[in-house]
Design a protein around this ligand. Structure first.
Ligand code: HEC
Length: 131
């Protein structure tokens, strides 16, 4: 009986991990295509030029404006983990809300980040309110 429970438990964990894998896979591919050349594969950014996403307090604290940043880019001073960056991030107008949502879910969970689950309805609502 216990052996059976243990086995189903293990299968359940294996199943869950493989789902996580596919769920974040599209986001990871999008990240590689649209973001990694600046923010780097490991999310650490580049010196004082490109801010990090791995462990970024800005990313953690700006989940509501994040969809607009990804779509429209940003420029001017931004403080990330106590360091001020004055750069220019390009827009990504070609990304639809679902892709942006998947991208957010990837960067929120990659590299040890634990910034929560993005919700497609919230992402869409945020995109409608972009300045
Ligand atoms: C051409 C280089 C470049 C690309 C490509 C790029 N970024 Fe950025 N990103 C920057 C720069 C530079 C800043 C800082 C902008 C500023 O100073 O206002 C920034 C800022 C950010 C920030 C806010 C600060 C932080 O580090 O938390 C986030 C979040 C972010 N980028 C996510 C992304 C995502 C997601 C993508 C892919 C869709 C992406 N970036 C693509 C250059 C880039």
């Amino acid at each position: 009986m216990y052996r059976y429970m243990l086995l189903t438990g293990l299968l359940g964990i294996a199943w869950l991990t493989s789902c996580e894998g596919t769920r974040y896979k599209q986001g990871e591919n999008l990240y590689r295509t649209y973001c990694a050349n600046c923010h780097m594969e490991d999310g650490t950014g580049l010196e004082r030029l490109i801010p990090p996403l791995a462990g970024s307090d800005w990313l953690r604290d700006h989940q509501d404006t994040l969809p607009c940043i990804i779509r429209n880019g940003m420029h001017g001073p931004v403080v990330v983990n106590g360091i001020t960056y004055e750069g220019e991030m390009p827009s990504n107008k070609q990304l639809n809300p679902v892709l942006i949502n998947n991208l957010i879910n990837y960067i929120n969970h990659a590299w040890g980040n634990d910034f929560g689950e993005a919700d497609i309805r919230r992402t869409e609502a945020a995109l409608e309110r972009c300045p």
